[in-house]
Design a protein around this ligand. Structure first.
Ligand code: 1GP
Length: 239
């Protein structure tokens, strides 16, 4: 089984090298403007491109990835909202299980549907414990998965959930406030979780400035995901 991207994540963690993913939602991308977008990504400090959305309706994922790969060397990792968002053009996929919720569809059903499809691809499969954290208002993940986020003040429960994810064999833990969240994952929570798990910790949702990224790193995030802020302003990293 391929391990290239995951090995790089582990190596970066070992060297305390912080990583940054730009999240692109195919629904919000106009392919005619892709060259400009890629040039901004190439000028940014991003180390990875994540592709996905809660409900990608158009079918441009393959086309989008092929276009990006022509101009950009960053690894492309699928971050799918459902099993239809699989493309063999990407390098890897976060094989997510929504551990914060109790909806069997998002814990195992979608994964069962996706497994035979994934088996036909060359994608590196990175199992990821995905935890939705309360962030002020209802987010798309909450709405679509029909699950409640974990209480942002209950760090012990979040930690226990992350540790259970690690013990189940997940290779990454992703603490998610939700795209466009009002409040990002609390820094204390990042600190507590990062100190008490061994696997890399991903943090995303509601981070809207460079200081927010730095704060997440300083608290122990290994990789930060930026979606909305870059989507709104492609010069986000240059300001
Ligand atoms: C969403 O964590 C990502 O899944 C990114 O969130 O769009 O708020 O940056 P934002």
């Amino acid at each position: 089984m391929k391990q290239k991207i995951y090995s790089q994540l582990l190596q970066a963690k070992l060297e305390n090298k912080k990583l940054l993913a730009i999240l692109l939602d195919p629904d919000k991308i106009v392919l005619e403007n892709i060259a400009e977008l890629i040039s901004k990504i190439n000028q940014s400090p991003a180390t990875h491109i994540f592709i996905g959305g809660s409900h990608v309706e158009n079918n441009i994922i393959n086309e989008l990835i092929i276009a990006i790969k022509q101009e950009c060397l960053l690894p492309i990792v699928l971050f799918p909202g459902n099993p239809s968002q699989i493309s063999n053009e990407a390098d890897a996929i976060l094989f997510l299980s929504l551990l914060s919720g109790r909806n069997p569809d998002y814990l195992i059903e979608h994964q069962v549907k996706a497994a035979p499809i994934l088996k036909q691809t060359q994608l590196e499969i990175i199992s990821t414990g995905y935890l939705l954290i309360e962030s002020g208002t209802e987010t798309a993940v909450e709405r679509i998965s029909k699950t409640k986020p974990l209480d942002r003040n209950n760090t012990d429960l979040v930690l226990a959930t992350a540790q259970a994810g690690e013990m189940l064999g997940n290779k990454l833990i992703y603490l998610e406030a939700g795209s466009g969240a009002k409040q990002a994952v609390p820094l204390q929570m990042i600190k507590k979780v990062s100190k008490n798990i061994e696997i890399p910790l991903l943090i995303g949702g509601g981070i809207i400035d460079l200081q927010g990224i730095q704060n997440a790193y300083d608290s122990g995030a290994d990789l930060v995901i930026i979606g909305t802020a870059f989507e709104k302003d492609n010069n986000f990293f240059n300001t």
